[in-house]
Design a protein around this ligand. Sequence first.
Ligand code: DGJ
Length: 515
Amino acid sequence: MQDTTIPHLRKQGNALQLIVDGKPFLILGGELHNSSASSMAYMAPIWERMLALNINTVLAPISWELLEPEEGMFDFTLVDALIQDARTHNLRLILLWFGSWKNGTSSYVPGWVKQDYHRFPRIPIRDGRSAEVLSTLAEANWQADAAAFAALMQHIRTVDNTHHTVIMIQVENEVGIQSDSRDRTPAANDAFAGQVPQELMEQLKEHQNELAPEVLQSWMAHGLKASGTWEETFGSGPDTDEFFMAWTYARYIDAVTLAGKNQYALPMFVNTWLRHPTNKMGDWLHGSSLPYVFDIWLAGAPHIDFLTPDIYVPNFSEWCERYTRRGNPLFIPEMFPDVSGARNIFYAIGQHNAIGTSPFAVDGIEQPETAPLSQTYASLKQLTPLILEHQGRNVTIGVLLDKNHSGFTWRTEQFELNITLDSTWRTTAENGYGLIIALSPDTFIGVGSGFGISFKPITPGPALAGLRSVDEGTYDAGKWLPGRRLNGDETDQGHKWRFSPLGISIQRCTVYRYE
Ligand code: DGJ
């Protein structure tokens, strides 16, 4: 049974929302550089910078090596200080468990694990060298990780189960094998030569109509077998190696996650290093929760609440789409912290009901008060109650336009909106970004920059649509405070609801029909 007094996930329409203190919460987050949270003195000036960025949630690592410097001896000093300092600054935390793997390697495991490589086996890769990567197939590895993670979650429950400063947990960081397609320890070779576990086969069968094409095609090409070895079922080659690795990572991480959830069941997720379009075999992390092995991860890690992408690659919108299959909610734990990230955030939230976003390395942003991220979050902070109220109800869209994708249409109850890059007789914007919410059939609220909207009726009645009123303004604690009435050049003489490229504005627009 889910404990609904602590942060948890809840459905609203077709969205999954994060509930904190009984209310939906939108994460306007930021992840710290990897080592920042290992020293509270180093962190001291950073907290104010987070506030200047209008961040409400800091994603901060907790490393196994510092938590359990000696086997069974836990040191919670850093965890306690982090939670305390976050509370002082009225910030929430997502804790990132740097356990067995970080970017595929095991650099954050304690020294006593690193040194005892007989007890805690690593993987040998193709050239025979041993890599500093713990094997997923060794029971001692996951048991040691799970014991430490359970101790962490037990401690968080003790110090935080009434405050809820910690709202979610990321389990491990960008797992997978680089430089080889699979683990080649004796235990891994045995498992690979054995049968595909029945739990996986049953899940694949149950979801056959919604599987990612890569798994489905390999399975179909080998006769859609109900059982068999990995190679009998999917063929031999790097794809099958990757399916196998995905399963073993998912099972390992699920065991760690369950041990933690048994102590304190916060929402937990894994993140993914995305495969760049130019990557060749061995360049990416084989077995990580990439879209084409999504279904294997969902089958293998039922205690993980959702899978997430770290988006540093082109085609932002496509990746968002690929991570919202099979009811997976979108949360982006890492993305660029610069102007491109600041634009993309609107799209993730507007188009995909994202639980939130968390650009990486936000403590390194210079001049946080004026940074693009600060401006994005300042506007989204104002709109948060409206965004959350309308999530999952199909009345919100995200806008992300550039010269290769300069427009699209959106049909609401009564109108078709034609949304294009803002253009005047003098210039056309290079980027358009924002989000729009249809508050009622004829009233819209929008935020963003560099795009314009014209309306066309799509239901019986007067055939033309006009702008009745357009106001820019702000929201203060959910209350609309109108500023300028926009007309004339600002609305292209009544033809377009425009968001000037000169900054981010929040505007409210009402539409009427005539003939
Ligand atoms: C992705 C990782 O998840 C982060 O921890 C960090 O290493 C960045 N890449 C690179 O800066």
